[in-house]
Every structure is written in structure tokens, then in C-alpha cells.
Design a protein around this ligand. Structure first.
Ligand code: NAD
Length: 498
């Protein structure tokens, strides 16, 4: 990409793709829903209709499960691991080749700045595929020394589930889809992916690219549709052995309850309300922009956004002023414009929800430092917002807003590590925690105290090798890392009398 980010041909190709009549992908074929149902997908930056997509139902799922099971038995699980590795690498190469077009398509559908789509989400998807491709040849069991009377050769093996049901949210569509497809296929499972209803387009394109890469038909099936229809059908289908879900806590709880009837294996990656702590000795030249990006990136629609800021009183004014300046300088607009740094929220209900949280914070006695207003520029836009003087009990501190709203508090005693950890751990979430300090000893001590799946000290980001997931209400299980691939396998112990 150049400074222009993309050229007119790339835009035309992405628009031409979006305007196709999109169908379900089952057994490598584009099929309308059996019911004939379709729905419209909206561009959140313009509120205009972007695409028409087939809406899968339970009867489409039935067919997809049948073909995925068949593909598992005849085409995917018999492949030697290095062949699966080659195909996943080929998929990553083709995504790289089409990266600019995919980035534009993601921006049209989700609204995020195209630079963010290209250099964060798509780069991450490519890296995840390559990382998981490496695991195909390394999913080993071990030999085990048993003490059982007699003479034994004992070992463990890891076997993939035949069909995995993958359900993703709208905030990082391509990244979330690949975060599930890559480990599932690497482990040897066949997959049925249900993208979020708002943002199915890049997942549909990935389905096409997977076929082009040579991944056999039926190994990856894409079923756009409603959570309450095809989503629930996936979770309750008896032949789907594994569910991997990323989304909201209430849907996650519902999925766990439904899946418990058939004792399905379930990974749930849920919401967050991550604390970001700035100690008196922090390097503010890094902490200020780092903290601003942690909440305003993707317009705050990030599960582990640094949405609760705790600043030591000695650096409070300078820090809050600095983040407010950063917020003022952000260019908010259509993500296709090369200058845009923050795009729209995904939908009108999401915009209303974010506004309602800001109002509730102010009613509860918090003060507005900057932002707070919607922007009448065509889509679901809101200003980056900072509210200070918040208290732990306020809903803006306790609940996930999923928008560009930073709730700020100050603390006085930088030596009271138990007190700082109590603030950080003081919600029912436990996805992430950030800390800015140059005191190595405090950094390690606090990292040990945080009840969070990911702790970032003086920066950091996503890496496919690092397990990602939540403590407490932020989820069960981990994605990424070895654990993320092993989550698509069942371990078996074998004992042979010698
Ligand atoms: P959501 O829970 O509304 O929907 C997520 C997915 O679940 C969608 O595909 C939806 O169609 C489907 N779904 C809805 N109801 C269902 C049901 N009854 N059965 C099966 N599937 C159903 O979440 P969202 O609004 O799309 O995404 C935002 C949420 O996702 C936030 O809470 C955010 O924190 C969370 N999230 C978490 C992570 C993580 O890794 N922990 C990452 C991204 C987003």
C-alpha cells in the first residue's frame, strides 16, 4: 500500500465483490439458503446498503454438518500433517496477495480505518495462519511411564474433533474468523463458521480464497445468518463436537448452557473492562499515546480495550491532558479516507448504547473531559470521549461499553500494590490489564496480582504464539499459542501390555 492506502482498482474490486449476491459456502459451493431467506448488510460509515447475504437456517446447517463430517473422514483427516501445513501456508500467501482488497472490504463492512484493517487485522490473520500451520506437524502426545503392575508401553495421542462450530463477532471480522479457522484446520478438524450478521463479507471471501488455496471442499463451510437461528442450531447440533465462540457475555452464558446438554467442548472468549495503570515513574511519552490507542483504537470496539484508566496523582493532570490532546487530534470519519484515524461504531443500537453509558456516567457524578457528542457525518460516529472523577461503583467503570469512552480515576499510594491490584481486579471481567512503570520489581509483583488473561507492561500487542483469553467473566479457555490449537483436539491415553 502507498500513502494513498489503496488504488481505485482495489476499491472497485472490493465494491464489486460486496455487490455480488452472497450465498452460503457449503461443500465448496455457493448455495442460497434452503428457505430462500436473505438479509441486507449496511456500511456503518454511510448507513447505506452494502450487500445482500443469504441467511442460513437449521436445514442449511444440517447439510453443512453432513458435508463437513464427510470431508473430515475422506479428505482432511487422512492428509499427512505437512500437507495440511502446506495448504494453510498457501491460504496465508493468498490472503497476503489479496490483502489490500480484503482491507478495503473490511473497512466497507466494519467501518474501521483501512490502515488498521490492513496492518493490524489482516497482518495478524496472516501471522496466525502461519503460526498454526507450524503446529500441524507438532501436535504430539507423549510416552508415559506408568506404575501399573506388569509391563506396559503407554502413550498419549491428540485427536481432532471432526466438526467444529465457529461463531465470531463483528468488531474484527477477518481476524476473529482466522483466529478460529487456523487452529481448527491445523488440528485436523473441519469447520463451520458463522460470522456476525453485521460483518459476513470478509469471511465469505476467505471461504473462496481457501478453495483457491486448494483446501478441499467441505473442510471450511461459511454460514452467515442470525445468532438466534443458525447460531443456536450450531450450538445444539449433536454432531458438532467443539464450539469456539467469541462475543458478548450473555450470549456466551447461553451457549454454555445449551452446550452442556450434549457436553460439547466449548471455548468462550467474552467481554472485558481492562484496567490501565499509570505509575508515577512511567515514561509518559509512551504511556500517553499507548493509553489513548488502547481505548480509541477500533473506536473502542475491542474486547481488551484499556477502558479503565487509573493514574497516580503526581502525573494525573499531565496524563489526562495528554490523552485529551490525543483525542482532539484524532480524525474521525469514513475509514476509506486515508486521513481517518477513528471510524464509526458498527450500528445505530451500538451508538445509542455508548451514548447512554456516557449519560449515565455524567448523571452518576463523573465529569466530561472531552468528547461525548455524536457526529452528524453520515454514519454511526461519536467523538473520542474521556470522563474523569469516576468511582468503582459506577456502571461506566463496571460494565463493558464497547465504544471510545475512557473512564478515569486517580490513586495516591504507588507502594500499595494490594490496593492497586484491587482497583484493577475490581470488576467481574478479567481479560486484560496494562501497566506503565519503570520499576521492574513493582511490574512483576503487580503482574502476579492481576486477575487477567493478558498483562501488558509498557506496551504490547497480539501475538499468535501468546495464549489469549479471560479470567472470571471474560471467558473459558484460550485462543492462540499451543493451547489454542490443542483446544481443537481430545487427548487419548493408550496402554499396551508387553
Ligand atoms: P454477540 O454475543 O452479540 O454476537 C457474537 C456472535 O454470536 C455473532 O455471530 C452472533 O450472531 C452470535 N450469536 C448471537 N446469539 C447467539 C445464540 N443465541 N447462539 C449462538 N450464537 C449467537 O457479540 P457481538 O456484539 O457481535 O460482539 C461484541 C462482544 O464480543 C463484546 O462483548 C466483546 O467484548 C466480545 N469480544 C470478545 C473477544 C475476546 O477475544 N474475548 C474478542 C472480540 C469481541
Amino acid at each position: 500500500m502507498t500513502d494513498k492506502i489503496f488504488d481505485s482498482t482495489t476499491l472497485e474490486r472490493a465494491l464489486a465483490f460486496a455487490r455480488r449476491e452472497h450465498n452460503l459456502l457449503i461443500d465448496g459451493q455457493s448455495k442460497p439458503a434452503i428457505s430462500g431467506a436473505r438479509y441486507d448488510v449496511i456500511n456503518p460509515a454511510t448507513c447505506e446498503r452494502l450487500a445482500s447475504v443469504a441467511q442460513a437456517g437449521a436445514e442449511d446447517l444440517e447439510l453443512a454438518v453432513k458435508v463437513a463430517t464427510e470431508a473430515f473422514n475422506s479428505r482432511w483427516s487422512p492428509l499427512p500433517p505437512n500437507e495440511r501445513q502446506r495448504l494453510l501456508w498457501r491460504l496465508s500467501d493468498l490472503i497476503e496477495k489479496n490483502a489490500d482488497e480484503l482491507a478495503v472490504l473490511e473497512t466497507l463492512n466494519n467501518g474501521k480505518p483501512v490502515r488498521e484493517a490492513r496492518f493490524m487485522d489482516i497482518t495478524n490473520a496472516i501471522n496466525t495462519l502461519r503460526y498454526c500451520a507450524g503446529w500441524t506437524t507438532k501436535l504430539n502426545g507423549e510416552t508415559v511411564s506408568v506404575s501399573h503392575p506388569g509391563s506396559w508401553h503407554s502413550y498419549t495421542v491428540r485427536q481432532p474433533y471432526a466438526v467444529a462450530g465457529l461463531i465470531t463477532p463483528w468488531n474484527a471480522p477477518i481476524m476473529m474468523a482466522v483466529a478460529k479457522i487456523a487452529p481448527a484446520l491445523a488440528a485436523g478438524c473441519c469447520a463451520i463458521l458463522k460470522p456476525a450478521e453485521h460483518t459476513p463479507l470478509t469471511a465469505i471471501r476467505i471461504g473462496e480464497i481457501a478453495l483457491e488455496a486448494g483446501i478441499p471442499p467441505g473442510v471450511l463451510n461459511i454460514l452467515p445468518g442470525l445468532g438466534t437461528e443458525v447460531g443456536e442450531a450450531i450450538v445444539s447440533h449433536p454432531a458438532i463436537e467443539k464450539i469456539s465462540f467469541t462475543g458478548s457475555g450473555c450470549v456466551g452464558q447461553r451457549i454454555l448452557a445449551t452446550a452442556s446438554h450434549s457436553l460439547k467442548r466449548v471455548t468462550v472468549e467474552l467481554g472485558g473492562k481492562s484496567a490501565n495503570i499509570i505509575m508515577p515513574d512511567a515514561d509518559l511519552t509512551k504511556a500517553i499515546p499507548g493509553s489513548a490507542k488502547a481505548i480509541f483504537g477500533n473506536a473502542g470496539q475491542i474486547c481488551n480495550a484499556g477502558s479503565r484508566l487509573y493514574v497516580h496523582s503526581s502525573v494525573y493532570d499531565k496524563t489526562v491532558e495528554g490523552i485529551a490532546e490525543f483525542a482532539h487530534s484524532l480524525v474521525v470519519g469514513n475509514g476509506l479516507s486515508p486521513d481517518t484515524q477513528m471510524g464509526p461504531l458498527i450500528s445505530r443500537p451500538q451508538l445509542e448504547r455508548v451514548c447512554a453509558y456516557i449519560d449515565s456516567g455524567l448523571k452518576d457524578g463523573a465529569s466530561l473531559i472531552t468528547g461525548g457528542k455524536t457526529l452528524d457525518i453520515g454514519g454511526h460516529f461519536i467523538e473520542p470521549t474521556i470522563i474523569a472523577n469516576t468511582r468503582q461503583s459506577m456502571s461506566v467503570v463496571q460494565e463493558e461499553i464497547f465504544g471510545p469512552v475512557l473512564a478515569v480515576q486517580r490513586f495516591d499510594d504507588a507502594d500499595d500494590l494490594a490496593g492497586i491490584a484491587e482497583l484493577a481486579n475490581g470488576t467481574h471481567y478479567g481479560l486484560g490489564a496494562m501497566l506503565w512503570t519503570n520499576d521492574l520489581s513493582k511490574a512483576h509483583k503487580l503482574a502476579a496480582r492481576f486477575k487477567a488473561g493478558t498483562v501488558r507492561i509498557n506496551g504490547g500487542g497480539l501475538d499468535p504464539a501468546l495464549p489469549f483469553g479471560g479470567f472470571k467473566h471474560s471467558g473459558i479457555g484460550r485462543e492462540s499459542g499451543r493451547e489454542g490449537v490443542e483446544a481443537y483436539t481430545e487427548e487419548k491415553s493408550v496402554m499396551i501390555a508387553l
